[in-house]
Design a protein around this ligand. Structure first.
Ligand SMILES: Cc1cc2nc3c(=O)[nH]c(=O)nc-3n(C[C@H](O)[C@H](O)[C@H](O)COP(=O)(O)OP(=O)(O)OC[C@H]3O[C@@H](n4cnc5c(N)ncnc54)[C@H](O)[C@@H]3O)c2cc1C
Length: 282
């Protein structure tokens, strides 16, 4: 068994923490181990031709979606609920499914009337919204050797080849993502080019066209990347997922089958909550 302080153990610990978008000192090893035991989806990465919009568009087929309609308040009771939008418009509902990110819930951007019970507020407070960001760099040509994933102990610690043959995607999770956001896009690109030059030589700069930083912690309707379980959070996820009369909770943070922090975890939570709503209405 590797001991803490052993460079291989430190590398493994930092790598897992980055993927979980967590600080290594805060992440619950017990929760990660449990989630990995429960995981049935595997670890293979897939790219969606044309991007993720296709998933949302397919799932939304036949439904009415209102965009640019932020919810500011949810009044809930056993007889039904009323949702208030930032515009002041109110929408009555038989049931409300909340899928706003944990970051939005923690910031209290949606008011509840009556206030959420203590157990639910504790669950929201006990989990953590891990910061995660991506930096995409486009080049004139692919100058790198064939690789599927590259892990380096640097400020941009993970690289994938993008769907476009001449682009690379850098990923930062946890404290690295916060640092990148603080640096801003220009400085982040500079650092990435210096690090890629150290890895692949001067072509990194010579062939560079442009870059874009996707700083998710700064996105006002996300405020982070995805959730992780810190030490001592106990059953917070189960508590968060539990329905409250006409109020239902979905989204990746409510995933209780080991698929936390993923798109498939979020989709599965939607199936779970749809069944809960249907059985509640019967
Ligand atoms: C950099 C990065 C890399 C990732 N890589 C992967 C990966 O490789 N594989 C993978 O499976 N997952 C990955 N994820 C995680 C994945 O994106 C999330 O787990 C997933 O998007 C969560 O879906 P969700 O529906 O729970 O929440 P979200 O996608 O956060 O959706 C919540 C929605 O609620 C809306 N909202 C917020 N507040 C309000 C409000 N007040 N009123 C109305 N609407 C509101 C938001 O606009 C948003 O559309 C990554 C995430 C990041 C940030």
């Amino acid at each position: 068994m590797r001991r803490l302080g052993d460079p291989a153990a430190t590398l493994a610990r930092n790598r897992i923490a980055r993927i979980e978008a967590a600080s290594p000192d805060d992440l619950s090893a017990l929760a990660v181990a449990r989630e990995r035991q429960l995981n049935t989806a595997g670890w293979e990465n897939f790219r969606l031709p044309g991007g993720y919009d296709a998933v949302a568009a397919t799932l939304a087929e036949g439904t009415r979606i209102r965009l640019n309609a932020p919810v500011t308040e949810v009044s809930w009771a056993s007889a039904g609920a009323v949702v208030t939008l930032a515009s002041g418009e109110t929408l009555p509902a038989r049931a409300v499914i909340l899928t706003a990110s944990l970051g939005v819930m923690q910031r209290g951007l949606i008011r509840f009337d009556p206030a959420l019970p203590q157990r639910k507020r504790d669950a929201i407070g006990r989990l953590r919204m891990g910061p995660a960001s991506k930096l995409i760099l486009w080049f004139r040509r692919a100058f790198w050797p064939a690789f599927s994933f590259l892990g380096a102990d640097r400020q941009l610690p993970s690289w994938w080849r993008a769907a476009e043959a001449t682009a690379l995607v850098g990923f930062a999770g946890g404290p690295d993502a916060i640092r990148l956001g603080e640096l801003g896009e220009r400085a982040a690109i500079e650092i990435a080019l210096a690090e890629l030059t150290a890895l692949f030589g001067p072509d990194a700069r010579n062939e560079f066209l442009r870059g874009a930083l996707m700083d998710w912690p700064s996105e006002p309707w996300i405020l982070g990347g995805y959730s992780y379980t810190p030490v001592g959070a106990g059953s917070a996820r189960e508590d968060l997922a539990e329905p409250l009369s006409t109020l239902f909770f979905a989204g990746e943070a409510t995933s209780i089958n080991g698929h936390v922090g993923t798109v498939h975890g979020a989709i599965e939570s939607g199936w779970r909550v749809a069944a809960e709503v249907m059985s509640g209405m019967r």
